[in-house]
Design a protein around this ligand. Structure first.
Ligand code: ARG
Ligand code: ZN
Length: 412
């Protein structure tokens, strides 16, 4: 066993704090129970007063992060309004510190540093893609499809057996910086496809896979070094940096569920594709019109959902029955490999309206037959701070999902 150098040279050192790493000591994750619509307004007000932030939830429950100094105030406000709650994480910083093994023993492999026992930095993920292209030149190639605001290359791996009749499937991860399980899962899928290609079903082998595991490299790195909960890219330095890349795609841009205020988490940018990270996706897909595009999948977390268009509003496309039926096959494939239950449905109806998402653009403009946003684990026990031990189980269920998508793409 070779001992790997630390994943992050600055990890856990005083240097981190000197660089201004945000600590979440004393912040608590609460699961609240919503049984009246008006209760959501109570939470929205607490958010606007900067006491909580909303992590996720559904019609009957909402996960909220409570600031240390606001615990008493929030407790009082919830009680007064009949909102029951349960403390799920007592100290978020402690959960963050325990999430990722800082140094791990790598098996005796050479050429790359990737594992699925820890969340890795962007350099490790890039190095892994380059390694695959060098090691399996007949099957894989790497391309840089664009550069982030801070000039990091956005890399894409193509996996293809070269058959001329192949349909094309797009997979991305890491649109949102803090959803670390997404790049980990996408690279897990890559690893399985490439290293066991011959044992994959014919439907997988006869697809041209275009896979970009980290679409938001600046945000991803920032979530490792400065702020574990960073979501956006790092566009526009200054008072309130960052655009929500999943509000920046050019279909019904700027509508419901996206914000014009740069200081919010869902700021949609100055215009459709104003950000280089989303423009890279658009340019690559539209520049490869020779590919027979059939399916588009974005991996996010958390909540365990299989979502399809539309996300911009509570309406569905004419062929929604096809998306629903493949969505259900995805959820049942996940169950049959021992995974948890995933909720299937149109994004706005099932979660909330949010305009400018990649899935809506894929369906509405690029005309992919199948477009999905898959929200991976968990259900709010750890939320974004999912311990690394869950990478492999989550990867296995996502692999089952993607195999279903390969079949649907082949038949489309
Ligand atoms: N949690 C995702 C987000 O907020 C959901 C996106 C679903 N798709 C959509 N077009 N709204 O970005
Ligand atoms: Zn997301």
């Amino acid at each position: 066993v070779a001992r790997a150098p630390p994943l992050d040279p600055a990890e856990g050192t005083a240097e981190d704090e000197a660089q201004g790493r945000i600590l979440y000591t004393g912040s608590q994750l609460w699961k609240t129970v919503i049984d009246k619509k008006a209760q959501i307004q109570v939470l929205a007000q607490l958010r606007d007063e900067h006491d909580i932030s909303m992590w996720g939830g559904n019609a009957t429950s909402m996960d909220v992060l409570v600031k240390p100094d606001s615990v008493d105030k929030v407790k009082e406000r919830l009680t007064k309004n009949g909102i029951r709650y349960e403390v799920v994480i007592e100290d978020l910083q402690k959960a963050i510190d325990e999430e990722n093994p800082s140094e791990i023993e790598l098996d005796d492999r050479q050429g790359h540093r990737m594992t699925w026992q820890a969340y890795h930095r962007y350099a490790d993920i890039q190095g892994y893609l380059d390694y695959l292209a060098t090691t399996y030149p007949d099957l894989c190639s790497v391309q840089t499809i664009g550069y982030s605001i801070q000039n990091k290359p956005i890399k894409l791996l193509k996996i293809s057996n070269g058959n001329p009749g192949n349909k094309a499937v797009w997979i991305d991860g890491g649109i949102h910086a803090r959803e670390w399980i997404s790049p980990a899962t996408v690279t897990f899928i890559i690893n399985q496809f490439v290293s066991n290609f011959e044992s994959e079903p014919a439907s997988v082998q006869n697809i041209d896979w275009y896979i970009a595991p980290v679409l938001n490299p600046d945000g991803y790195e920032y979530s490792h070094t400065r702020d574990r909960l960073w979501r956006k890219n790092l566009g526009r330095s200054g008072q309130c940096p960052g655009t929500d890349l999943n509000r920046n795609f050019g279909y019904r841009w700027g509508g419901r569920g996206s914000s014009k205020n740069p200081c919010t988490e869902t700021y949609g940018g100055t215009g459709p594709f104003s950000e280089p990270e989303t423009a890279a996706v658009k340019n690559f897909i539209q520049g490869n019109s020779g590919a027979n595009w059939k399916a588009y999948v974005s991996f996010h977390s958390y909540g365990q959902y299989v979502l399809y268009p539309w996300g911009y509003d509570r309406v569905v496309p004419p062929d929604y029955k096809d998306l629903e039926s493949v969505g259900r096959k995805i959820a049942s494939a996940i169950r049959s490999v021992g995974g948890p239950s995933y909720t299937v449905g149109p994004a706005a109806n099932t979660l909330y309206p949010a305009s400018g998402g990649s899935d809506d653009w894929a369906k509405g403009v690029a005309k992919f037959k199948y477009a999905y946003t898959i929200e991976l684990r968990d259900n709010g026990r750890y939320g974004f701070v999912l311990p690394a031990a869950y990478i492999q189980p989550t990867g296995k269920e996502a692999l089952a999902a993607v195999r279903v998508i390969a079949e649907a793409a082949a038949a489309a």
